[in-house]
Design a protein around this ligand. Structure first.
Ligand code: NI
Length: 170
């Protein structure tokens, strides 16, 4: 499967709400396979379809970054159905080069979604896994980590990213 270029800050698709997937077509399966490969090579712990230019509700997560098959999750139409606690920790994003900021996330979430065979699963995720699921599901709603910062800090980071983009750094 081809590796896909990851969309960076400044691309409008990152700010859009993604469409629900109604049918698991070959295209969706191919997209998922490409996303897994792209995520592993990046490397990243998670990836969302809008980050590779497809505005559909599909995410991939793998805390082992390709080391352990059982750590890989490919979820269609994922939703957080329950959350508890809060942990504030530093987070980055493949679409926001060199931005690492403290983001509050639930310490535990129940995530419901379907796998590529259409089987609905519920995943009980804690700590880092919960964080990555929340981060990727945020992408499906057009939400980025900078949206959790104060207006001033957000403004400064947006300015820095705009300048880097103008210089052709990403
Ligand atoms: Ni991200």
């Amino acid at each position: 499967m081809p590796i896909i270029e990851i969309k960076k800050y400044g691309d409008d698709i990152l700010l859009q709400k993604s469409e629900k997937i109604k049918e698991i077509t070959e295209d969706i399966k191919n997209l998922a396979a490409s996303m897994v490969e792209t995520m592993h090579i990046a490397p990243g712990l998670g990836l969302s379809a809008p980050q590779v230019g497809e505005s559909v509700r599909l995410i991939t997560v793998d805390l082992s970054v390709g080391e352990n098959k059982k750590d890989l999750f490919v979820l269609i139409n994922p939703e957080i159905i329950k959350k508890e606690g809060e942990i504030i920790s530093e987070e980055g994003c493949l679409s926001l080069p060199d931005v690492y900021e403290k983001v509050p996330r639930p310490s535990r979430v129940l995530v419901k979604g379907s796998d590529l065979d259409g089987i609905v699963k519920t995943i009980d995720a804690n700590e880092l896994l919960a964080r990555v699921f929340c981060h990727e599901i945020d992408h499906l709603n057009g939400v980025l980590i900078i949206d959790y910062l104060s207006p001033l800090k957000k403004k400064l980071i947006r300015k820095k990213l705009r300048k880097q983009r103008e210089k052709g750094l990403f």
